[in-house]
Design a protein around this ligand. Structure first.
Ligand code: ADP
Length: 523
């Protein structure tokens, strides 16, 4: 504001001179030149206006000019500076004193108003800054935003230093252009880094306008919360005037505590996230060990028991018994094979190493393979298949999608009573270019609250815990279907059981002429 006054000072004196000349002419035109008391009061007007708008200097100038005009044009003898009656001299002195006092009062009021305005602007700027940074959760974005906001607020370049993982202070963010190299921006030189390091270590403000290292070009403020110093905020003060420095220092300190609070908040959130990730991976590890050891031990016990029986007591068994025992060994091995396949699938999905081996496939062929695999471990269950009359083709990874359907159909068998029906339906929506697989059972069903959760890794419904499982199957199905650009959902069906619905895009690739031949060859 004071800079503004200085810039406007020359036109101010010009305006005051012009205003007083105009007033003198007006007083003559109006014709009250004989009423000296009123004339002298009217001359107070330019003094007040100058005090309010331009400060003390123009006001004193206005008072002096008014006295001269008053004396020259209105006090007898007219058009002369001599004064007939010496009492007028006393009046002039009193007038001058009153004018100066009034001007000083008005000037002080103006200054107070300016201060209030500047404080209001500061509060608004700080409020804007705090509002802007509360929503940011990424440290780099937060610091970039802060430095540019502070730099705009103070009109000077601003930088923030933070310690790296070794605890060494580094320039972290700067209001300068991102294209500038670290050394070419203010704050990046070794001398500036050294001062920042001192401020970080001692937790004290330093630099221009402060008692410590007052000759340096910048002002450095520690970013301190109650128990910790997070870094240093610094501003280049070369372009700042002495008058501005005190104001800017206060503002910088306020910005510093805002920045420190925001940095502490972001760090805390990051720590909480890390703790959550650690707890989650710990939970997954335990769940994996539990379910895998259980799922492996059950078939292993059956295999070992049957094999031991066959080896040790072979002579006691009839051929029927032997067939049953070898059947047990085979079932156990198949179950372990399914578990290992699912575990490998999970690992490939999690590591992002899942490569789709897509080709055109016949949905009917795929269902036949799925049925054959299911019959290996559940030969008795009745499975009804409904296929469209015309062969349906889709572009996908046949082996992985087979694994999906085997998982879904084996769940339908596992979670429904012996002898109940399982249905597989395949339909094609030519218009939408998609393929729909629906697997229905007449089992226990899935509560609405759990319909999404069952696709989470290791989730097992408490109502089905008595049936063995790992909670991996549907998570793999979801992963595989989604890599194909499809969706998988669980719904209730009219029989009170579960319906698993898989929507797959049929594929946009041109269907090769050889495809149907391939399909036939596969049968
Ligand atoms: P698993 O069957 O090895 O436990 P899944 O990931 O295949 O693991 O299934 C997760 C859970 O979803 C199962 O534990 C079960 O509670 C529930 N579930 C899956 N399919 C069905 C179904 N057809 N009927 C009822 N519940 C089911």
């Amino acid at each position: 504001m004071q800079g503004l006054f200085r810039k406007r000072r020359v036109p101010a004196y010009l305006w005051v001179t012009l205003g007083i000349i105009l007033l003198t002419v007006l007083l003559h035109i109006i014709g009250i030149s004989d009423d000296l008391v009123n004339v002298s009061l009217v001359y107070l007007f330019p003094v007040l206006v100058s005090a309010v708008y331009w400060g003390m200097g123009p006001a004193v100038y206005a008072a002096t000019l008014s006295v001269i005009m008053f004396d020259f044009f209105f006090v007898p003898p007219y058009l002369s500076f001599t004064v007939e009656d010496l009492r007028y001299l006393i009046s002039f002195v009193v007038y001058l004193a009153v004018a100066i006092m009034t001007a000083s009062l008005a000037g002080r009021l103006r200054q107070q108003l300016d201060r209030v305005e500047s404080r209001e602007a500061t509060t608004k700027a700080l409020y804007d800054l705090s509002r802007q940074i509360t929503a940011i959760s990424d440290l780099d974005t937060l610091l970039d935003n802060m430095t540019s906001h502070i730099s705009r607020m103070l009109g000077n370049p601003a930088v923030i230093y933070l310690p790296d993982s070794q605890g060494e202070l580094k320039l972290w963010a700067s209001s300068g252009s991102g294209a500038d190299s670290e050394k070419s921006i203010w704050g990046g030189h070794s001398s500036e880094l050294a001062i920042a390091g001192w401020v970080y270590k001692n937790g004290q403000i330093a630099g221009q306008g402060s008692p410590m290292l007052g000759k340096s070009s910048g002002l450095y403020v520690p970013l301190r919360t109650e128990d910790h110093i997070h870094g240093v905020l610094a501003v280049d003060m070369t372009a700042s005037t002495m008058e501005k420095q005190q104001e800017q220092r206060l503002l910088l300190e306020a910005c510093g505590s805002l920045a420190a609070g925001a940095i502490a908040r972001v760090k805390l959130a990051e720590e909480a996230r890390l703790a959550q990730v650690t707890a989650e991976s710990e939970r997954i590890r335990t769940a994996l060990l539990d379910s895998v050891s259980h799922e492996l031990r059950t078939p292993l016990t059956a295999i070992i028991g049957s094999a031991t029986g066959l080896i040790e007591n072979d002579h006691l068994f009839t051929s029927e018994d032997r067939k049953e025992l070898t059947g047990n060994i085979r079932d156990g091995a198949l179950r372990m094979n399914r578990l290992v396949t699912n575990l490998l699938g999970m690992v490939r999905l999690e590591s992002g190493m899942l490569q789709l081996n897509r080709k055109w496939c016949d949905a009917g062929d795929m269902i036949s393979i799925v049925l054959a695999k299911i019959r290996e471990f559940s030969p008795q269950r009745e499975i009804t298949v409904q296929l469209p009359e015309e062969p349906v083709f889709f572009y996908g990874d046949e082996v992985l999608l087979e694994q999906v359907l085997v998982n879904v159909v084996s769940n339908a068998i596992k979670y429904s009573p012996e002898g109940s029906k399982v249905t597989i339906q395949v339909s094609e929506d030519k218009h939408a270019g998609s393929l729909l697989f629906i697997v229905d059972d007449q089992g226990v069903g899935i509560s609405e609250a759990e319909r999404h959760k069952i696709f989470d890794k290791f989730y097992r419904s408490p109502s089905t815990l008595h049936i063995t499982g790992t909670g991996l199957g549907l998570a793999i199905c979801k992963g595989v279907v989604e890599v194909h650009g499809g969706t998988i959902q669980a719904e209730p069906n009219s029989a009170g059981g579960t319906r698993i619905r898989i929507d797959l895009p049929a594929g946009t690739e041109e269907l090769p002429l050889t495809c149907s031949v391939q399909g036939e060859a596969g049968e």
